[in-house]
Design a protein around this ligand. Sequence first.
Ligand SMILES: [Zn+2]
Length: 311
Amino acid sequence: MLLAGCSGPAGDRESASPAPAVGRIASADPGSVNTFWLRTPRGLVVVDAQRSLSDARRALAAIRGTGDPVAAILITHGHPDHVGGVGVLHDAYPAAPIHSSEATAAWMRADPLHFYEITRKLPGADYAPELTYPDHTFAPGATLDVGGVRLETAEFGPGETETATAYYEPRSGALFAGDLVANRATPALLEGHVCGWLTDLDRLRTRFPHARTLYPGHGAPGDAADLIERQRTYLEDFRRLVRPTVRPDSPAGRKVSPDEQRSIIADLGRAYPGYPSVASLPTLMQENVKSVARELLEEDPAELPPACRDV
Ligand SMILES: [Zn+2]
């Protein structure tokens, strides 16, 4: 299903507070990548821009279908699945500023892990040959005035990625969290900062304690506290499953054996069935296991922040 509707999710309807007028379009797999738009007095504030050009064009058609102009485009982080279509939106709405944090804009220009290059080479990628970059950047923790609405921001990372921004609209309690939270999706843990991600989730909760509906990078929006908690549990479970396989006394020593890897993936599949992968990498789960194992081996237990002690 491509168009998930232009009204808010169930969580909004259940609340007594003013429902944020948020529309959403999600890509087909991989990973149900979200583009949201927040209705403001001066038009739509669009959050993230899809991976492929064709998905970006679908998002554009849905946005045009609202009949409202676009007041601004916001980027949560630089991963290819959230910024590939910025140019499609910018071509349609050239006057709309493209906002990101300074750190995210710098990360996009540097592409330190060559993610855009890798994505362009994937079969059937349909990826922008050149990216369109943010033209308005802000410092960590800045407040933005966009479309006549004030948005609070907070900067995170390294965690799910090196640098990430959450956008919060305090009147409605709408929290746009990017990939700090995925709802029922298998995340990419390739950047090796699950402990950092757990710390980010604690900060996200305490920084925006009144958040009501969380709009995630992947999957359906939902209750903010619940989605943050479920993301935390997924990451903790992952670490708890990998940890015994890298103990010196495990059968294959500190290496994860193919059997151990299969068993971890099967356990996660049972606990989190049917979670689509956020990346079009067929070996994502195997790579995730390797990455978590590497992180656990490199950690000093005495130095761990509270969010990842004992997990
Ligand atoms: Zn993503």
